[in-house]
Design a protein around this ligand. Sequence first.
Ligand code: MN
Ligand code: MN
Length: 292
Amino acid sequence: MIKKLDKMEDSKPFLSADFKTEIHKDSTHIMGFCFDGTTSFRPGARFGPDALRDASFGQETYSPYLDRDIQDYNIIDCGNLPIYPSKWKLTNEYFHDITKDLNLKSDRVKILTIGGEHSVSYGPIRLCLDQYDDLFILHLDAHTDLRDGYLGEKFSHASIIRRVWDHMTENNELLQYGIRSGLKEEFEFMQEHKTQATSLDECLQKIKAIPTDRPIYMTLDLDFFDPSFMPGTGTPEPGGENFHSFIKIMKILKEKNLVGADIVELAPMIDTTGNSSVFAAKVCRETLLALQ
Ligand code: MN
Ligand code: MN
């Protein structure tokens, strides 16, 4: 054990993971961010982490897609960060506090964040940007998230990628895919900086071209998927991707150097069938396995 986390909140662990409020070497850590304080349309993502964990109990630990099994790896569920309703700054500062003295690379520590709304990804992405000079950021989402603030909130869910962009250098690269909604200016931003892949093929080719040892972070907003598969999200957008496209991406990432990831914007109560939580839990299993 390299760090004890004092304030984490108890929860049932994700599928076969160990529940420990500790950071260990050579391990992947799940952390829940139950925060949806800047949500503009339909709130409820604060219930995402526990709904995703609950839905994981019906799953197999083995993925036939990636031919890997959760049970064969060191996966720790650290529970949820202490919730500060509507207090993005405090939530983010707490994450910063518990992770700032970690050395992700030399200790082979990985973190998979589950949200919560997309603004929670800021801390985890910054942590990886600080520790991996040449980090490549893969952003899967229906929305550009490139607004320079939204509804008076600089660190809004709608501006998360713009806030990450503030910290990127010429050594970093951003690839956005699944995008089908945003302001004209945001689309112009993507064009100017050549960050968008406009077809699945283009996206796959660009990920394939990343050198095997280059560190990659994946930030996945679940509204990337079509609302017919994933209705349980705050701002659904027609015309999204399906699970098989996601698996194509994960099969490539499995062979690369994925160093961190987040899965955000599951709002389970919006989908009363519970299917969105099951879908998100499966996406979580594949992501954990691609991180190994
Ligand atoms: Mn989105
Ligand atoms: Mn988003």
